[in-house]
Design a protein around this ligand. Structure first.
Ligand code: PLP
Ligand code: ZN
Length: 423
């Protein structure tokens, strides 16, 4: 594993030879805490040091497995003590550097993502009957959405492993984020979006130098088009959960939240769920932090919020299913929620059930109405996806499913400014 080594071609990937870092303590410049990739369904182990997408055996998502017992050893610390060193670090998601997959000596592709504020929502909370409502405001990320987190880490890894052309199907915000990080990395971005994606997302991708392809169909059709063409074009497929590292970027939502709440997780988390990568990533972060001794066993009740016009997870949750069938005629102005079929459906449903949480659908008119309530009471122009969570909170509270003294966190995953066509 030492010194120069050939990185194997991962099928979908572009052949490449480069220096690979040796996972040893005396090679500090390239120490890596990432141990291997593991299939989330069948458990099959895969080597991390080549570009790859899904499990070679069952074609389900792969998770990065970090050697948690090694965290801190470079500084002579126990894994549990590393928590105490965080406060002095940079205010970006790269403050959790050793828990992220990129080898230590490699430079991240960064635009200052993460480190977003956790804002107390007193007025909206009080009006809704809650004493302790918080908003994790992800609209303050580069490209104005939480998609920056996943793309910073995934583009860093794709570049490190030798990819030169990156392709992604996107509801809008992931495309903008890939365009930005690919430009930053000096790589090509090929973005496939439904033709009716909000105009701001399309313009943003073009102005960031990406190749934009508009498809008559949904995000699933965009993904299928990439799958058809990627081998011939030499594209590496950056679809969420179809490559292992966007979820690693998203897991920092969970680390940040715990740190901002002084290592006490909230009672309830409301998350606008399309592909579910943030929800899955946060849950992974909770498990890792538990193993590190940073938090206890308590977990929040995780609630997936979707749009009435595209609610595959809500329907599957209510039916007691372990996977979600494709949702027919998917439509909603919350474009990030217009995901009729998610590859990580079984993971999302499992987390909702394990956590004692649930799934709620909100219609578009309600999202739009609540946007102004949030805006006028809290000073945030939230995306429709974020607004859906505020609407869901009200209905869960009225149904007695959330208590007034419970600590609740809502994720505002993007900025309303990109959706002006909806208003
Ligand atoms: C603003 C916004 N919120 C939520 C989502 C859904 O995110 P996830 O795929 O993690 O469920 C998206 C996805 O495009 C989005 O753009
Ligand atoms: Zn598998």
């Amino acid at each position: 594993m030492e010194g120069k080594r050939k990185v194997r071609n991962g099928g979908d990937a572009i052949a490449n030879t480069r220096d690979a870092c040796a996972p040893r303590k005396d090679a500090l410049h390239c120490y890596v805490f990432l141990s291997h990739l593991e299939c989330t369904r069948c458990g099959l182990r895969h080597e991390w040091s080549r570009l790859q997408n899904l499990c070679a055996s069952c074609h389900k998502p792969l998770f990065a497995v970090v050697d948690l017992s090694a965290i801190g050893t470079l500084d002579g610390l126990k894994p549990s003590s590393v928590r105490g060193t965080l406060a002095t670090r940079e205010k970006s998601l790269w403050r959790y550097r050793e828990l992220l997959p990129l080898p230590q000596g490699a430079e991240p592709v960064s635009l200052g993502e993460g480190g977003t504020p956790l804002l107390r929502a007193k007025r909206f909370g009080n009006a809704a009957g809650l004493i302790q409502l918080w908003i994790k405001d992800e609209s303050q990320n580069p490209t104005q959405s939480f998609k920056a987190r996943g793309m910073s880490v995934a583009v860093s890894m794709a570049k490190y492993l030798g990819a030169t052309k990156l392709a992604v199907p996107s509801a809008g915000n992931a495309g903008g984020a890939l365009a930005a990080y690919a430009a930053r990395a000096g790589l090509e971005a090929h973005i496939f979006m439904p033709r009716d994606t909000p105009r701001a997302n399309i313009v943003e991708c073009r102005e960031l130098g990406a190749h934009v392809n508009l498809i008559d169909g949904l995000i699933t059709d965009c993904g299928a088009e990439i799958a058809r063409r990627k081998a011939a074009e030499g594209w590496f497929d950056m679809s969420t959960l179809r490559e292992p590292y966007r979820v690693e970027g998203k897991k920092t939502l969970g680390y940040e939240l715990a740190e901002q709440l002084d290592w006490q997780l909230p009672d309830v988390i409301l998350y606008p769920t399309g592909g579910g990568t943030g929800l899955i990533g946060m849950w992974k972060a909770f498990e890792e932090m538990d193993a590190l001794g940073w938090i206890g066993k308590k977990r929040p009740r995780m609630v997936a919020v979707q749009a009435t016009g595209c609610a595959p997870i809500v329907r599957a949750f209510e039916n007691g299913d372990s996977t979600a069938a494709e949702f027919p005629n998917a439509h909603t102005c919350a474009s990030g929620l217009r995901v009729p079929k998610a590859i990580g459906d079984f993971l999302i449903l499992d987390i909702l059930r394990q956590s004692g949480g649930g799934a709620v659908a909100v219609d578009d008119e309600e999202m739009i109405r609540v946007t102004r309530e949030v805006g006028s009471s809290e000073g945030l122009f939230v995306s429709p996806e974020g607004a859906a969570c505020f609407a869901a909170l009200k209905s869960l509270y009225s149904a007695g499913k959330i208590g007034s003294a419970e600590r609740v966190v809502i994720f505002n995953t993007g900025s309303g400014i990109k959706y002006v066509d909806c208003y």
